[in-house]
Design a protein around this ligand. Sequence first.
Ligand SMILES: NC(=O)C1=CN([C@@H]2O[C@H](COP(=O)(O)OP(=O)(O)OC[C@H]3O[C@@H](n4cnc5c(N)ncnc54)[C@H](O)[C@@H]3O)[C@@H](O)[C@H]2O)C=CC1
Ligand SMILES: O=C(O)[C@H]1O[C@H](OP(=O)(O)OP(=O)(O)OC[C@H]2O[C@@H](n3ccc(=O)[nH]c3=O)[C@H](O)[C@@H]2O)[C@H](O)[C@@H](O)[C@@H]1O
Length: 480
Amino acid sequence: MVKICCLGAGYVGGPTMAVIAYKCPEIEVVVVDISTARIDAWNSDRLPIYEPGLDDVVEGCRGRNLFFSTDIEKHVADSDIIFVSVNTPTKTRGLGAGKAADLTYWESAARMIADVSKSDKIVVEKSTVPVKTAEAIEKILTHNSKGVNFQILSNPEFLAEGTAIADLFSPDRVLIGGRETVEGRKAVETLKSVYANWVPEDRIITTNLWSAELSKLAANAFLAQRISSVNAMSALCEATGANISEVAYAVGKDSRIGSKFLNASVGFGGSCFQKDILNLIYICECNGLTEVSDYWKQVIKINDYQKSRFVNRIVSSMFNTVSGKKIAVLGFAFKKDTGDTRETPAIDVCKGLIGDRAQINIYDPQVTEDQIQRDLAMNKFDWDHPLHLQPMSPTAVKQVRVCWDVYEATKDAHGVCILTEWDEFKKLDFQKIYNNMQKPAFVFDGRNVVDAEKLRKIGFIVYMIGKPLDAWLKDIPAVV
Ligand SMILES: NC(=O)C1=CN([C@@H]2O[C@H](COP(=O)(O)OP(=O)(O)OC[C@H]3O[C@@H](n4cnc5c(N)ncnc54)[C@H](O)[C@@H]3O)[C@@H](O)[C@H]2O)C=CC1
Ligand SMILES: O=C(O)[C@H]1O[C@H](OP(=O)(O)OP(=O)(O)OC[C@H]2O[C@@H](n3ccc(=O)[nH]c3=O)[C@H](O)[C@@H]2O)[C@H](O)[C@@H](O)[C@@H]1O
């Protein structure tokens, strides 16, 4: 029986390994982590992450051929294939701070693998890493190997949160990069045979190591670039009376462009887009490619612009100040169907409003009060380290109240801000919300989910991203 061990029981390691175990009953899969709390949660009825469909998959194979453990060294020593799916945060100090990937967790994982291995292993990069990382990892492994042979593969993950199980069951492609040697090709074939249990062969792409590593950074950069492109157009729509939904639809109908991933928003969030583009920018700079790094920098600049533009719209519409005003924030997660708040645009929007001394009531169906308070108090990039290594209980932000009901959050509010596109926000009783709000009552929809005409009939002043502006907003400059 082939045995797989995965280091890192996070958003990628957990679901990915659960699906491998589910689809390959003859393979034993053990997911290990340095965080005892995370492993305990994976072994409980309340999994550590919210992901539609995940509970059923875990239930289908946990205890059969899927195990979660903190006994890292034992399971690494016993395995044939070791996936490494640990954090690769943005460095906050030293060389490349603010851009380069911090490979501390990866390096310590590689040293441990070399230390405890007594039989040959295939080591798989599952984390997103800078191109050429495999070379460094290979050196660490071989210089400490005690005669054991290691083959390193790059197998980046393309799942998106909220749709992880569907993405893993039916991926657009699986990408495997390896050394172009006899042993390298054999290792690629071994990993390919795991995925071939459920992924059609023509969707399994094999490349050299560097192409696989770079393709992951490139894919995330292209995806984020689409959002910044449509968001840049949304600002122009507001200035001209064009409608971003109509523009995106017309543009996306061109089959060379395609209709997906063209939803204008308050900005992209999530743990990877910004981190991976910063990483790409740093690699370009290190290779002397200034024009290329400048090009990708702009994707992040537009994203930051979109978030501050949104805050400016709120403040300028509400008589140029939100000081002491109550704003209801609906949605805090970085997208619907996840409880993940890493790099969520809600953090920047809330911080902007708090900076102007607003009182904020936040409601999100999946995010806890503790998480929201931590996010609003934490320094940039601290969120991307293992939970038990993050700064302890920061002081709660007093201007923030977390509510468990939309109607409670919006009661007596001057404005409502929608920051995540949760389906339930499309079905709210806006008449009831309006009746209980201060007047004039504002809705700022950062995800274009509400029916603006219906809300205007009720009496709301409505701002939507990239849509023709209400008369109220037209006369107010977009930037305070
Ligand atoms: N979140 C996502 O949707 C995607 C993330 N990725 C990449 O996958 C990697 C992991 O991301 P997430 O799963 O989101 O992070 P995460 O923070 O949810 O999980 C990482 C886990 O690794 C553990 N860990 C750290 N060092 C360890 C070690 N030496 N041994 C054992 N466990 C260790 C941490 O305790 C943590 O539980 C990152 O490189 C990320 O860029 C790639 C595709 C999608
Ligand atoms: O490397 C990663 O971590 C992953 O990053 C993204 O997945 P994820 O961040 O989970 O979610 P997305 O659906 O890509 O959304 C990212 C952000 O962009 C925003 N978005 C997305 C699409 C769109 O049209 N408009 C828009 O504003 C979302 O609301 C969200 O804030 C990629 O889609 C995955 O392929 C990749 O594996």
